[in-house]
Design a protein around this ligand. Structure first.
Ligand code: PGA
Length: 249
């Protein structure tokens, strides 16, 4: 059984003060909820605050990005060692906004995924096609390329622990989510690709999230699909009440 996993991707939102009030309110609502795994991925500047406030709760901490070196002269970057030191367990890798605005390539993403595992962090590895690609019938090719290159050279024992977020780029932040069945079809494709690259046992252990305009009204449509094991939530994770409604759905 794959435990469902709901992750909040706050992107570049919330100061430390705003973070504190979110966490206080979320803890009030969620108590010690453990039915699904809950991960909060705030901006780097709020990681320390969140790790302190989440002590003694079942909720986990994640980062939104990371560099692949341990340390060095890389102005502006954050290393896996720094994230581990803050008790981060997860790190989002290869989000489409990183691919689009910060020139992340499948090759860079592969390095980051390997590095994350080397330091005991679990990647939430994002893949997804753009609208033009879907229209031209290229979804399968794009997903196959992203998954294959992203996982290249990764040992089986790591692959089975990875979380993959299928996030169609056209659904992110637009209010137009994918249809549950369409998302399930791509999640199934991802599992088939992993099955071919590794084996079906490994493929059946990987947790696959859907992301892109998830909200309290549509979450059930995704969680009820056979291949979807959770969600990566942007906008609707910024308010404690709506995030909690998604989590408990
Ligand atoms: P959204 O973002 O829920 O605001 O569409 C999802 C994401 O980018 O992870």
């Amino acid at each position: 059984m794959r435990k469902k996993i709901i992750a909040a991707n706050w992107k570049m939102y919330k100061t430390c003060t705003e973070t504190e009030s979110f966490i206080a309110e979320f803890k009030n609502l969620a108590g010690n909820y453990e039915e699904k795994e809950v991960v909060i991925c705030p901006p780097f500047t709020s990681l320390f605050v969140v790790q302190n406030l989440l002590k003694d709760t079942p909720f986990k901490l994640g980062a939104q990005n990371m560099f692949w070196e341990k340390e060095g002269a890389y102005t502006g970057e954050i290393s896996p060692v720094m994230l581990k030191d803050l008790n981060c367990e997860y790190v989002i890798i290869g989000h489409s906004e990183r691919r689009q605005y910060f020139c992340e390539t499948n090759e860079n993403i592969n390095k980051k995924i390997k590095t994350a595992f080397n330091w005991g962090l679990t990647p939430i590895f994002c893949v997804g096609e753009k609208w033009e690609e879907r229209e031209k019938g290229k979804t399968e090719d794009i997903i196959r390329e992203q998954v294959t290159k992203g996982l290249e050279g990764l040992p089986m024992e790591n692959v089975e622990k990875i979380v993959i977020a299928y996030e169609p780029v056209w659904a992110i932040g637009t209010g137009h989510s994918a249809k549950g069945e369409d998302a399930n079809e791509v999640a199934k494709l991802i599992r088939d690709i992993i099955s071919t690259l590794y084996n079906s046992d490994i493929a059946n252990k990987v947790r696959i999230q859907y992301g892109g305009s998830v909200n309290p009204q549509n979450i059930v449509e995704f969680l009820s699909q056979s291949e979807i094991d959770g969600a990566l939530v942007g906008g609707a994770s910024l308010k404690p009440q709506s995030f909690w409604e998604i989590v408990k759905s």
